[in-house]
Design a protein around this ligand. Structure first.
Ligand code: G6P
Ligand code: G6P
Ligand code: BGC
Ligand code: BGC
Length: 941
């Protein structure tokens, strides 16, 4: 029942008051919701959210994934354009993020009704025209800025970096034809193309709720909900349980659709029904039609019509004005409810010649309608915050809601009633409502900044997860017998079956060819009390003409350096076992053989591909004739690194190189390696991950700069992953980006020097120097001066940003691939938590000031249930190669000794046949003397 306790101010005769009050209150009664009703709405909203998450789009509340995985973290930077369509106006905005600060410029455009309800082409042409005007206004027509598009309607998205949004259905006042079911980003791009006057790089499309949440989260990290109470209404929030692999994603609930399945019928009044019937989308957005700015005025008008028809208002005089749909705008509601100038307000705004008493009744109607709207939104919000609290298993939740929209901002009581209702209905949550100052455009720009990071460089977490999954698929493909021939990852068996076990000993030579240095080492492993290693090494030159000349010259050079080293070590007369670290992809069927599949990095000596490098080296040594060597093992540098680190940490089962090139190896279960016989135990597999993407898998994330690097390389189309991430290419990537920026006038005042245009002038070591926080600036000055440019202070900061972007991307991509390997190890072992060690080497990893930290962090984020130790290989992969050689040497020695002993027992075939007959005797000898080995010898083939 409703209470009749108002209208005390009415200026009518007392006897009439009672009846008037009674009748008006009776009319407004259905708008007054009890606590129980609000609790019910909260419960229905909650059920709607859950159903939406389960059914993915087919329920009343759509729960659309936004592919926004995190709120801003302050690292966003750069200039972005934001286009903001779907609220009261269209807004174009330029946002410049600089060190946790955002500068904004914007211009507002109205969208005429005939455009809102014309054809899709007209609508997008109109937007393109507004953008053109804005770019003129900003003097940025030629800037080709990245742009974020706030599109405040329900859209289906697939991933933020695919940049598309399929309009599910128009809402609010829009009804342009040929848009529903189409990608609005493509429509905007086509309109821009039709204008043929400027270009935009649209990098993100976002709902206004998401934009608002992001804007507010820029100020308050606790902001994980976005609410719009404006022309339309909607909420988004960070949901934890979207996908088993991801911890959080922002979901655009589209809560305006609550009730579209009839679940709100019990609170819907005849006035609401009327408004729904007259709307452009009858039957849809029922919750929105009870709560948002576009409809509240209309509801009020319907009530006023009814009251007037009943003679309770305006002396029963129904004017044409009152009969006009849309005449009573929500902003009038706000004005009227602001008590001052009430009578004037009603008269002026509505053109209704009523008395002041009429005005009081009108105000009462407005109050009932707006209060209900705020309460309903409060009930909805209570459902959302309670869900988040439960998702997180908390007794109490502190959270901030970023809010925008004319209703929230302009109405005198809406915000208070909303907050009060939320508090009452969700008592375990402390909810702060933070109004967004700059609209959702700033948020769209922030999301663009994040999306941009993915597209151009700093790969965001969501694509990293994709990349990790792709990488895992590729690993499996490379291991399969039938799929290996077409796999990008070659997954080469190495015939190394275990890491050092502490029993290795001896005197070894290690050759280490393929990194930035060619090194020869002598490694002595002794066993007095404990295992100790002594090493001596020398670096030799490998001149450009040798690595690009003939294979014979290259191996002659290696043999010559080895001769020199042995001479210096005084061991030319000894035949020491040699381990050969050869840092290129090699096909092996045993430890001491390696057929080079293809050269990589800087090497291109002729006549080596397809050949066994051990044979080539032996040949070169023999040709000299001044010393002898016994090459017992050829190992990749990753394997050498894993073995070096395995010497110190028995848990080490992965080896990675992040240097001139990049690669990884790990211990795989033999049963999974189709290319090698046997099921028992493990074998180290050289993944050759540098070739990841050579089958086109990385095309989505490769940039124009990556393509240019590839085109200019000695092996186009090959090692595409390596070319995005490794030391040989990163400096060049930075140079190419700077050239482009200079051409666009963004750095160096547009000046391009011949040095800047010279390939290789900017090296990866320069990135490391510039990113050092202390000396970075003076280093940058020195490096840029050498490039012939006169940098300004802004230039320094831009150059350093470019370096950061490129090195961040590298660390993230490597993290994704490494995470793929760790996931595989975890699965192979069938453990809930993986404890493992990764051995690492390479100049980029070692020299870059921030690389290691970023890599570790990204890996730990990607594979949360793992305790990974990253162990830097202090002594290069030569030591590891010596360990492999030690094992090979021990096995070979063992076989040799056995063979020697057995030679005394060696019998003729006739004798053997004779012996075989005496099998009983044989068994006895076998068991007593040399069990299986003898049996083997005694059994003729
Ligand atoms: C923000 C956003 C708009 C959004 C609007 C809602 O300002 O930038 O995209 O649609 O709020 O407000 P309105 O009240 O205009 O519908
Ligand atoms: C280790 C190995 C080299 C390897 C190098 C990679 O030190 O001993 O064989 O190739 O790391 O580093 P770089 O940065 O020189 O390519
Ligand atoms: C749209 C939402 C939007 C909201 C607020 C609704 O009509 O469906 O996508 O967020 O209005 O602008
Ligand atoms: C090679 C790998 C090597 C890596 C690191 C790549 O170019 O193909 O075999 O491990 O560089 O040196």
């Amino acid at each position: 029942m409703c209470h009749h306790n108002r209208f005390l101010l009415l200026n009518v005769a007392k006897s009439d008051i009672i009846s008037l009050v009674f009748q008006v209150d009776e009319t407004l009664c259905p708008f007054k919701l009890s606590q129980e009703q609000l609790q019910l709405v909260k419960a229905r909203m909650r059920a709607g959210l859950e159903a939406g998450l389960k059914t993915k789009g087919s329920s009343a509340i759509k729960m659309l994934p936004s592919y926004v995985y995190r709120t801003p973290d302050g690292t966003e930077h750069g200039k972005y354009l934001a286009l903001d369509l779907g609220g009261t106006n269209f807004r174009a905005m330029m946002v410049n993020f600089k060190r946790q600060n955002a500068r904004l410029y914007h211009k507002i455009y109205t969208i005429p009704l005939e455009i809102m309800q014309g054809t899709g082409e007209e609508l997008f042409d109109h937007i393109a025209q507004c953008v053109s005007d804005f770019l003129d206004y900003m003097g940025m027509k030629n800037a080709h800025l990245p742009a974020g598009f706030t599109f405040s309607f329900p859209c289906e998205q697939t991933a933020i970096d695919t940049v598309s949004g399929t309009l599910v259905s128009w809402t609010k006042g829009y009804k342009a034809t040929d848009c529903e079911g189409h990608d609005v980003v493509s429509m905007l791009r086509e309109a821009i193309k039709r204008r043929n006057e400027f270009d935009l790089d649209i990098v993100a499309v976002v709902n206004d709720t998401v934009g608002t949440m992001m804007s507010c989260a820029y100020e308050d990290p606790q902001c994980e909900i976005g609410l719009i109470a404006g022309t339309g209404t909607n909420v988004c929030y960070m949901e934890e349980e979207v996908d088993a692999e991801l911890s959080k994603m922002c979901i655009n609930t589209e809560w305006g659709g609550l009730g579209d399945d009839g679940s709100l019928d019990d609170i819907i009044t005849p006035y609401d029904m009327e408004v729904n019937q007259n709307s452009i989308n009858p039957g849809r957005q029922r919750f929105e039609k009870l709560t948002s700015g576009m409809y509240l005025g209309e509801i009020v008008r319907q009530v006023l019509l009814d009251l007037t028809r009943g003679g309770l208002l305006f002396r029963g005089h129904v004017t044409e004005t009152l009969k006009t749909p849309g005449i009573f705008e929500t902003k009038y509601l706000s004005q009227i409810e602001r008590w001052e100038k009430l009578c004037v307000s009603v008269r002026e705004t509505l053109g209704l010649k009523g008395t002041c008493d009429d005005s009081i009744i009108v105000k009462e109607v407005c109050g009932a309608v707006s209060r209900r709207a705020a309460q309903l939104c409060g009930a909805g919000m209570a459902a959302v915050v309670d869900k988040i609290r439960e998702n997180r298993g908390l007794d109490h939740l502190n959270i901030t809601v970023g809010v925008d929209g004319a209703l929230y901002k302009l109405h005198p009581h809406f915000s208070r009633v909303l907050k009060d209702t939320t508090e009452v209905l969700a008592p375990q949550c402390n909810v702060t409502f933070l109004p967004s100052e700059e609209g959702s455009g700033k948020g769209a720009a922030l999301i663009s900044a994040v999306a941009r990071q993915i597209i151009t460089s700093r790969t965001g977490r969501w694509t990293l997860l994709d990349i990790m999954q792709q990488f895992r698929r590729e690993l499996a493909k490379g291991l399969g017998r039938d799929t290996n021939p077409t796999a990008a990852l070659k997954m080469l068996p190495t015939f190394v079956r275990s890491i050092p076990d502490g029993s290795e000993k001896g005197d070894f030579i290690a050759l280490d060819l393929g990194g930035s240095n060619f090194r020869i080492l002598r490694v002595k492993v002794s066993h007095e009390k404990k295992q100790t290693v002594q090493m001596e090494s020398q670096i030799y030159d490998t001149p450009e003409d040798i690595i690009h000349g003939s294979g014979t010259r290259l191996f002659d050079h290696v043999a010559e350096c080895l001769g020199d080293f042995m001479e210096k070590q005084n061991i030319k007369d000894k035949k020491l076992p040699v381990g050969f670290t050869f840092s290129f992809p090699c096909q092996q069927t045993k430890l001491d053989e390696g057929f080079l599949i293809t050269w990589t990095k800087r090497f291109k000596a002729g006549g080596v591909e397809g050949m066994d490098v051990v044979k080539l080296l032996n040949k070169a040594i023999k040709k000299r004739g001044d010393y002898d060597a016994d090459i017992m093992a050829v190992v990749n540098d990753t394997v050498g690194t894993m073995m070096t680190c395995g010497f110190d940490d028995q848990r080490c089962e992965v080896g990675i190189i992040i240097g001139t090139g990049t690669n990884a190896c790990y211990m795989e279960e033999l049963r999974n390696i189709d290319l090698v016989e046997g099921d028992e135990g493990r074998m180290c597999v050289n993944t050759e991950w540098g070739a990841f993407g050579d089958d086109g898998r990385l095309e989505d994330i490769r940039t124009e700069f990556d393509r240019e690097i590839d085109r200019g390389s000695i092996n186009p189309g090959k090692q595409l992953f390596e070319k995005m991430v490794s030391g040989m290419y990163m400096g060049e990537l930075v140079r190419l980006i700077l050239v482009k920026m200079a051409r666009e006038g963004l750095v160096f005042e547009g000046r391009i020097t011949p040095e800047l245009l010279t390939k290789g002038k900017f090296e990866t070591k320069h990135i490391s120097a510039i990113e050092k926080s202390k000396e970075g600036l003076s280093k940058a000055r020195e490096i840029l001066t050498r490039l012939g440019v006169e940098p300004s202070t802004d230039d320094f900061s831009l150059v350093s940003q470019v370096c950061t972007v490129v090195s961040f991307r590298s660390a993230n991509l490597i993290a994704a691939a490494l995470a793929g390997i760790l996931m595989r190890l975890k699965e192979n072992k069938g453990v809930a938590r993986l404890r493992t060690t990764v051995g690492i080497d390479g100049s980029l990893y070692k020299m870059h000031p921030q690389y290691a930290r970023r890599l570790h962090k990204a890996v730990r984020r990607l594979v949360p249930d793992t305790d990974v130790r990253f162990l830097l290989s202090e002594s290069g992969s030569g030591k590891g190669a010596a360990m492999v050689t030690a094992v090979a040497y021990r096995l070979a020695e063992h076989s040799r000794q056995i063979a020697q002993i057995l030679s005394e027992f060696r019998l003729t075939t006739e004798q053997l046949l004779e012996v075989r007959k005496l099998s009983q005797w044989c068994v006895c000898v076998c068991v007593c003397v040399f069990p299986c080995v003898l049996c083997h010898y005694l059994t003729p083939s």
